[in-house]
Design a protein around this ligand. Sequence first.
Ligand code: ADP
Ligand code: F6P
Length: 514
Amino acid sequence: MIEDALGDRSLVVVSNREPYVHEYADGEPAVQRPAGGLVTALDGVVAETGGTWVAWGSGDADFDPAVAPEGEVRMPPEARANSADDRPGYTLARLDLPRRLVENYYYGYSNQVLWPICHLEADPVTVDAKFWPAYREANRRFAERAVAADPDVVWFQDYHLGLAPRFVREQRPDARLVQFWHVPWPTPEFFEICPQATELLRGLLGNDAVGFHLERYADNFRDCVARFVPDAEVTDAGIRYDGRLVETYASPIGVDTERVADNARSDAAAHYWERVVDRYDLDPERPVVLGVDRLDYTKGVVERLDALAHLLETTPELAGEFTYVQKGTRTREGIPAYRRYYDAVRDRIAELDRVHGTEDWTPALYIEDDVDDRELAGLYRNADVAVVSSRRDGMNLVAKEFVAAQGRPFPNAGLAQTEGLDNPARDRAPGALVLSRFVGAAESLCPAALPVNPYDVSAFAETIRDALEMGEPERHDRMASLQASVRGEDIDAWLATQLDVLAGRERVVAADDD
Ligand code: ADP
Ligand code: F6P
């Protein structure tokens, strides 16, 4: 399906984050997969469609002569290494952006202006006069590289690239341009904090179609256009602008459910979990509560740790009855708010352990291992409760991965349970999911996932307790319903919509029409 969708039209994907990064390890370049929903979702797709993927080369070994002297490298790595992998693969074209530009464009405008605004966080918004010119310049460079690949179709990703579509449109009026916005879009009342609201919207209106995870984000976008772009006309059929019709659509991103389920049953998953159990001397009888996050203030990790502290203060009989495991990944460390957030998370974990820990019980662990997706699935599958408590999140794939990793109700689960290591996780009851109401995934996963308001600490604590105490039949019932939702909106469903939109097929409807 994927290979044929675009016929012989050439595809260029453009994103800020690259799908694979080369970093030096013991003096040698080694390839790694960055944490983040966008690259996880897209890599498999572009491996099938082929084409060019333009992204910022952020790794310290990205331009090593042994890796990619001109900044271009064939991906995914297994497609190069394994001739049996007959997927076409793609060319990763890395942009070598100067440090100053990255500071002001990525650490500046993208992540200190747009990211907090889209996530309805006014406090971290920092406006610096150097940010906007750098954002323009970076977008110009991304656009130039995309045009150089002579594309018929360009697929832009996310909020780092708000101006690039307009730049490409000026040079390639004939190309089809589509953008997927992976984070929420705020209401006009919030978006007006953005000093460049109108220019940014004009940049995005260079596209033929702009996609969002949810209808309400698409509605907000259309409301913002109506308010801030006087020469655009918002109609039921789309947005009339500059002699063209720009469509908006909603399409919730999902995960590759079979792959995650297979990962969770793999020997690598079991081995990794065994290593964690050994390293931290975990009692196999003690339930595990799990958090997996990029350490971003939008993820509500601090609120979660406060809820756990509250739980132990108000319900002392729970002492020793569970272990909280935080799998963290540092992120955007060039921004002071992120460095402070990392410290706040570590401090709160240390405080939990200091106040509530005993000689034989450490209430909370922090793990920062670089894990691959099978090892991560090992954590998911061995957790009795997962807590996703974002203050705001466009979708949140961690929640969906956790569900897919629980495995049992998937059709081939019985078969795989007879294979491989003797892994008790394969037979255990599914985990329970505690999920913030403020993530896109809550729309389809709640109330089968236990909904929480992460700001309401005592109710949040009670919900974690409910999840810990949930009986096996209820776990199975809820998980069956969660898995049906996650399968119904999986990565293939998302991809099918994106391919229709990229190909300009009829199925795109204005978000208001449904
Ligand atoms: P975001 O896109 O904001 O990072 P998502 O939850 O949508 O959030 O996607 C995060 C992706 O990155 C998931 O695929 C998840 O597996 C991975 N990820 C997130 N946090 C970690 C972590 N601490 N360690 C390893 N992988 C992580
Ligand atoms: O999904 C939202 C997103 O911002 C992606 O665009 C991005 O790749 C991911 O989160 C991780 O953030 P970053 O690329 O800044 O590390």
